[in-house]
Write a protein that binds this ligand. Structure first.
Ligand code: F3S
Length: 410
């Protein structure tokens, strides 16, 4: 704990003393405690919040009760606030085999957030569904992949919030100023030289390669004493989809919330590369991918794309690959409801659903309660592989996007 005092404004003190209601007081108490732990000297306004920990499978009864208390205590969002994926497709949960009791409890969680004015988008890519901060904006986001994307790709400023601290920021409109809100904390401290070209599949996507890259660099960061901010050179191009895959993987395997990529991310040109250097080779990338592949492909019984949630461009490619064909395995396509609505308008959803693949909107293969239902997951996402094994005890195969679809059809 820092010796520097955290000084609240008059308005913040008023909230802390209960002047704005019980929920706002509770929220300010959480933020003050956090600020003291991390040595913040003041609160700063935030313009956007993303709340994680939405699945009833993670929250349980105690979490639902906490949310109900805040809603009943007059809790109301002061800024644009969106939600991470829930444990089920809110409208179509039966088709995914979710049981009715879980569905009821999950609905109660969503309703508690709604009562507090949260936009219940239920996606880990809020930046594709209207919650898109701009460069330099202070925000309070939870969801590790989105935090990494917001800090690094957009250049907004957020710490890696937990569910309660993000909700507290939403109910007060402020967050303690420490960590990645401060200039000096955003300085890179490790150079990463990528000495391999990242291979693209037949559709031009390298999401799986970027996932392997995130795993390799992330594990290097984990092994170092003070978790460095990497400055990455040698990547000549990266699409939005590849960057979201990279962010998810880097955050999962390295706990990283910020990186700079020369020629690609907005703050990279403000810094020079640190001297301490780590090299990424083709052999390293192949080994990282191999470590996420531990099952015989013939045993695959579950296929999923959309970790993080799919963009409309990825759904268009999926429709192209599935047109006139039939899948032979349970195939979940996870995305945000607003993106699915665009897919409906474009006719992509009809083509995809005619193949037998299922949209799992508002949720994903990690937060849905599916432990024990499948043996081997095929996906293009390094993060999904990690959690499929760690949380659900599935074996996994990491393949390029187009090959994942081919596997679903085989
Ligand atoms: Fe998103 Fe679920 Fe993956 S929340 S990043 S699709 S684990």
């Amino acid at each position: 704990m820092s010796d520097e005092a955290l000084v609240l404004s008059e308005a913040e003190q008023y909230v802390l003393e209960g002047g704005s209601g019980l929920a706002a007081r509770k929220a300010m108490q959480i933020l003050v405690a956090l600020g003291k732990i991390y040595g913040a000297r003041r609160m700063i306004p935030v313009s956007s919040v993303q709340i994680a920990g939405v699945s009833y499978a993670n929250l349980g009864e105690a979490g639902l009760q906490f949310l109900d208390e805040l809603a009943e205590g007059g809790g109301h969002c002061r800024v644009l606030t969106t939600l991470n994926p829930a444990g089920m497709d809110i409208e179509n949960w039966q088709a995914l085999g979710i049981d009715a009791e879980f569905a009821h409890q999950q609905q109660c969680v969503i309703e508690a957030f709604q009562r507090m004015g949260v936009v219940t988008t239920c996606t880990c890519t809020p930046y594709l569904s209207g919650n898109l901060p701009h460069f330099g904006e202070h925000i309070a986001w939870a969801e590790s992949s989105a935090v990494c994307f917001a800090n690094s790709v957009i250049g907004a400023r957020t710490n890696r919030e937990g569910g309660p601290s993000a909700l507290a920021a939403a109910l007060t409109g402020v967050t303690p100023e420490y960590g990645y809100h401060l200039d000096h904390e955003r300085q890179p401290t490790l150079s990463v030289e990528v000495r391999a070209s990242l291979e693209r599949d037949s559709g031009g996507s390298a999401t799986q390669e970027f996932g392997a890259l995130g795993k390799l660099i992330g594990e290097r960061l984990q092994a170092m004493e003070l978790r460095p901010v990497p400055y990455i050179r040698g990547v000549s191009r990266a699409s939005l989809e590849e960057l979201k895959s990279f962010c998810a993987s880097l955050a999962t395997f390295g706990g990283a919330a910020l990186f700079h990529m020369q020629g690609i991310t907005p703050e990279a040109s403000a810094y020079t590369a640190p001297t301490l250097t780590y090299e990424v080779t083709r052999a390293g990338l192949d080994a990282a991918r191999a470590e996420l592949t531990d099952g015989d492909v013939d045993a695959a019984d579950f296929v999923s794309l959309g970790c993080p949630h799919l963009s409309i461009r990825e759904i268009a490619r999926l429709a192209e690959l599935l047109a006139g064909k039939h899948v032979t395995k349970e195939f979940w396509i996870t995305t945000a409801r607003p993106v699915k609505q665009i897919a409906d308008q474009k006719g992509y959803s009809a083509v995809i659903e005619a193949s037998g693949a299922k949209f799992a909107v508002d949720t994903c293969c990690v937060v849905a309660p599916i432990e024990g239902r499948f043996k081997l997951l095929v996906t293009d996402s390094a993060k999904a592989c990690y959690y499929a094994y760690a949380k659900n005890h599935f074996k996994t195969r990491l393949l390029p996007f187009d090959e994942v679809v081919r596997e679903a059809l085989r």
